[in-house]
Structure formats: C-alpha cells, structure tokens
Design a binder for this molecule. Structure first.
Ligand SMILES: [Zn+2]
Length: 122
C-alpha cells in the first residue's frame, strides 16, 4: 500500500489492541466491542494500570453512589451513579445497556483522541 494512504483496522476495539494497532501504523479503527459489552453491563473504567473492564452488575456496585468512572467526563458519568446504572442493568431495563454503551464509546473515542494528540506532540 502507498505510504501516504491511511490504514484502517476493522474489528479492533479494546484499548490495548488499539495501542498495538497504532504501534503497527494503523490510523483508524472501528469495532462493536464498546456497545456489545455495554449492552450486558460491562463498562470500561480507568485504573492505575490503564483502562480495564468491569461488570456494573457486581454486588459491590449496588450501593456505590459514585460516578460510573472517576476518570471519565461523559454525560453518563456526569449524571448517573454506579448504583443507579447497576440497578437498571440488573433489572433488565434497556436504558442500563444504553448508558453503559454511551460511556464505553466515549471512553474509547477519548482514548484514541489522546493517542492522536500524543503522536502529534512527539
Ligand atoms: Zn463515562
């Protein structure tokens, strides 16, 4: 492929896999992972080790009134608590999966935006 053409990597959506793709020269990505896992209540959270996944259905979140992810500024994290979203998902309310998906998409888009900015600074 010509060097100046962008490289698209299809089906790669996990943060560590995106990092690997960037290291290999890929420019764009798309994947259903953030919404697929979000529909069942799995969310990305920022940790000291990076972005990790957790299930909002865990019992420890049932009375956790903190935001979904302390490292996130998406509209879900600004408005809803882990306890509320956990309740929605465990009750089978479709809104729970939607909120998790919105948060996950924001997390991945923001992650790739930070990668892009890091590359441009180097
Ligand atoms: Zn969020």
């Amino acid at each position: 492929m010509p060097e100046e053409k962008p490289r698209h990597l299809l089906g790669i959506g996990e943060p560590e896999d995106i990092m690997d793709g960037v290291r290999l020269g890929c420019d764009t990505f798309d994947c259903v992972a953030p919404t697929r896992i979000g529909r069942t209540g799995t969310i990305y959270i920022h940790t000291q080790e990076g972005i990790r996944k957790t299930s909002i259905k865990k019992s420890e979140y049932a009375r956790d009134f903190s935001k979904l992810d302390e490292g996130c500024d998406c509209m879900v994290c600004q408005r809803y608590t882990k306890a509320y979203v956990s309740h929605l998902v465990r009750s089978g309310e479709i809104l729970g999966g939607h909120l998790c998906s919105i948060h996950n998409l924001y997390t991945i888009v923001n992650f790739t935006k930070q990668l892009r900015e890091s590359i441009l600074r180097s």
